[in-house]
Design a protein around this ligand. Sequence first.
Ligand SMILES: [Zn+2]
Length: 458
Amino acid sequence: MSVWIRLQQSLQPLESFVARHPRGLMGSLLGLLGGFAVTAFGIAPLVPGNAALPQQQVVQALGAPELEQQLEALAEHPLGLLRHDQTRSGDSVDSLLTRLGAFDASFAAFLRADPTSRQLLQGRTGKRVSLEASPEGRVQRLVARFPVGVPELAATHFNRMVIERGDDGRFASRVELGRYETQMRLASGEIRSSLFAATDEANVPDGIATQLADMFGGDIDFHRELRKGDRFSLVFESMTADGEPVAWGEGRLMAAEFVNGGRAHQAIWFQDTDTRKGGYYGFDGQSKRRSFLASPMEFSRVSSGFAMRFHPLLQSWRQHKGIDYSAPTGTPVRNVGDGVVDFAGRQNGYGNVVIVRHAGGKETLYAHLSRIDVRKGQRVDQGARIGAVGATGWATGPHLHFEFRVAGVHKDPRQLARASEAVKLPQGAFKPFLAKVDEAKTKLQVAATLDVGVTGLH
Ligand SMILES: [Zn+2]
């Protein structure tokens, strides 16, 4: 059964309801419920008649009987327009209320005068605002959600500001603490132009796409090795405040499969109950953290665009003694493995160059930099920024030239990460780990059945 058919079915009662209640407010009601149905849909994947799914999985489709009930219940209330927006920098009470379609002088006056309400336009922007008003714009209720300032609570709670019109017609305001909920979400996609284009299409947040690149950072060089037709399936957490996904909080990527050039890579997030330390592990129990990263370039929306040229390498690394990464000047360059800076400065053809010495007689070299952020003799951790892409030395355009040597002999940099050892899971953690792997496999299978075009529906 196609997802479209399911969506149609879930909207049928809505249509018949509208036919029976042809009133003016139906426009807003339709908008409200239409949004709800699609949102619910985004987290309700197709489940191919499979009852063996783990419980925390969100597979609850919007059932027709409940929808009918909800619609009837809503009709009992004098429901007005419900509008959503976000506060912007430079917003005034008037500009915000204009965007929300609320033309209510007494409400505007209250917002200006009430100390609690004034917080709405103070401090950080991007607060999510929902406003309920009559079709004429008379405000009934405003709810704004935004992060908590207290660091101890920030990961678990959000602020909910509520301004309501009482029975006496006067407004009252309060700020409460709400608790975030996490939703497990599934997604899948196929690379056609870039990783971010594919994750956008699958409605996957940027933070999760970056975590995906980190997760397989020791297996795949996302700047050079991504191929058209590569596929991914993901299980990730999404933080919600009162049921709405929040833009400022970031969930965790819990499991993923990435098929790169026909080769499948899988990993899950696993937290050891004793040490409380978490990390990504392959299904075989090998840590995804390697002693070397596959790419000296941080993966980001900016740098990824340059990765996807799908053209074959014109020069072999042997003739060239290294590999090149095209990227705009200023793109951060990272150290691929723990080590000590052996050289940081200018050398003829290399321009601004950094050489890092690692254990076992290994060395990595980063050339043509526009900027150097480290000094000779400095210890540098894996992933540390050592400079930025540039075109210094003999370079025709901005790019990073990257070399790998063992005992002074040039080696293929693409073998660097793959040849490096991975850390194994502690023996005692293996049983709970395997249970997690089974769970993840089931979810990834479900995720893989998602139709890319449909999960991108919004
Ligand atoms: Zn080069």
